[in-house]
Design a protein around this ligand. Structure first.
Ligand code: HEM
Length: 469
């Protein structure tokens, strides 16, 4: 048997607690998405179309980005990682108290940073924004500490999925540390908009360092088996890891040099191309284009959104690889319009769509629901179609050259579709949770009634509820 490398004294969580560890993260993520990120996604293009673009618009755009990437997607991914990291690592979450503290630091940090930034040219909002960034750093460091210690046995063995998830945690801390340094400087300057070179670096690390590394860690382990592919070899896993992390180091390192005034465009472009190539390597192991799936019959309607997520990841990888190579050849950088479109194809098509599909597949609430009251086959397809519509309107139209007011109104329509999909998912999660509770209490009653009894004659035995699928 493999030896558990965890120190014997490390506090670990108990199984009952592990089963619900994701729930508060999911609720918080859905609140940040519906009340913050997607709300602003509609408001921003409408304001721009009405000609109301000033400094406060730019600050609101940065708040939108942060609430979406770290509030919605980030918290969701961290919630699901509290369930998956123990399976990838030593079996239990190590130091669960760190995750508890991290949750509250991230909550409060995101809230005060998001609320403070638009008004940061006035006191005390400037210091709320800076304090929020510091709290986010504390939360990121504590969360990453717990997950990396949980993954340590598998990281030591060099298992690619644990290496990828661990590096996602490292990038989570790096972006938070940069924010904790730059936002107090912004507060001292009395402005509310982070310089575009610093902001671009933060957003790139959040998307491709933190979210993509975590997604790749989970995907490498699960997706090939969904589509009947063999488990990727360790060599392939290490190639994905090396290409992704090498690309990110070049991209982030080159951007930091450029912020310091050094011309490092080629390093940035090479890094972007390598990150794109890593996505394509990852895709080659998933086999999402195969007609057959190995999903359980009840989960098969989810094959469509999963395929759509992976098709969007392939598109993001192609766009990033080709644009990076082209920028490298001319010694320049990828244009702002293109990088913004690539980010939104990834944000809506891969991250948002992937979150909705994977949550429906693996969260216990939806598993109970599938068993008690199987949802319509059309439900996952409808949610995924709304998100594909949002990708087309927000990401592909600007790439296809649509500009001016038409581009802004199509973005706003994309925002409405994205908001509707997330709000619908939130309602479905609440319903599934009610069903889950009802199912669990039925199972508990059955267990009590099945205990040995001294009554004679014994009460009739109830038929056991069938196991969860
Ligand atoms: C259809 C839905 C969406 C719409 C309409 C939308 C709209 C916008 C707009 C108008 C901007 C400002 C662009 C500029 O500065 O010119 C922006 C930036 C951004 N968005 Fe979105 N967005 C959507 C979804 C998302 C999602 C789901 C995420 C992440 C999960 C996201 C993350 C970002 C980021 C990181 C930025 C850059 C912010 C910065 O400059 O710091 N967006 N978005």
């Amino acid at each position: 048997m493999a030896r558990d490398a965890r120190p014997a004294t490390a506090p670990i969580s108990d199984p009952t607690r592990d089963a619900d560890s994701h729930v508060r993260f999911v609720y918080a993520a859905l609140l940040f998405a519906t009340l913050g990120g997607f709300g602003l996604a509609v408001w921003l293009p409408v304001q721009a179309a009405l000609g109301q673009m000033d400094v406060s618009w730019l600050a609101a755009a940065q708040v939108h980005g942060h609430l979406q990437v770290m509030g919605f997607a980030g918290l969701f991914v961290l919630g699901v990682a509290t369930r998956l990291a123990p399976r990838f690592g030593g079996g239990h979450l190590t130091h669960p108290a760190l995750v508890d503290a991290a949750f509250w630091c991230l909550q409060v940090g995101l809230f005060v940073r998001g609320g403070g930034q638009p008004f940061a040219s006035h006191m005390p909002f400037a210091w709320l924004m800076a304090g929020g960034a510091a709290l986010e750093f504390a939360g990121a460091a504590m969360y990453a500490g717990s997950v990396v210690l949980t993954l340590r046995p598998s990281i030591r063995k060099g298992m690619p999925n644990a290496l990828l998830m661990g590096s996602g945690m490292a990038w989570l801390v790096v972006q938070a540390a940069l924010g904790a340094v730059w936002f107090p400087q912004l507060a001292l300057d009395g402005t509310s908009v982070l310089r575009s070179d610093r902001d671009g670096l933060l957003v790139s690390i959040q998307f491709f360092g933190f979210l993509l590394s975590a997604f790749a860690g989970v995907g490498l382990r699960s997706f090939p088996s969904f589509f009947g592919m063999p488990q990727p070899s360790a060599r392939m896993g290490h190639a994905v890891f090396a290409s992704l992390q090498g690309g990110l180091l070049l991209w982030a390192g080159g951007s930091l040099l450029a912020i310091g005034g050094v011309d490092a465009h080629r390093a940035v472009a090479a890094g972007q191309a390598l990150v794109g190539i890593a996505m394509l390597l990852l895709m080659s192991t998933f086999g999402w284009w195969h007609r057959k799936t190995r999903l359980a019959v009840a989960s098969q309607p989810l094959a469509w959104p999963l395929r759509a997520t992976l098709a969007m990841l392939t598109l993001t990888g192609l766009l990033l690889a080709v644009s990076g190579i082209e920028a490298f050849a001319r010694g320049g950088v990828i244009s702002t319009v293109r990088i913004d479109a690539v980010r939104h194809i990834f944000a809506l098509g891969v991250i948002t769509q992937g979150i909705l599909a994977i949550a429906q597949l693996i969260l216990p609430e939806f598993a109970s629901e599938r068993f008690v009251r199987p949802p319509s086959r059309w439900r996952p397809v409808t949610l995924a179609s709304a998100l594909i519509g949002a990708v087309v309107l927000r990401g592909l139209m600007p790439l296809a050259g649509v500009s001016g007011d038409a581009r802004l109104w199509s973005m706003a329509a994309g925002g409405v579709l994205g908001l509707a999909a997330i709000a619908a998912f939130g309602i479905l999660f609440l319903r599934a949770r009610r069903t889950h509770f009802a199912y669990l209490s039925k199972v508990a009653v059955w267990r009590i009634q099945s205990l040995p009894t001294t009554d004679w004659p014994p009460p009739p035995r109830r038929e056991a509820p069938p196991p969860l699928r």
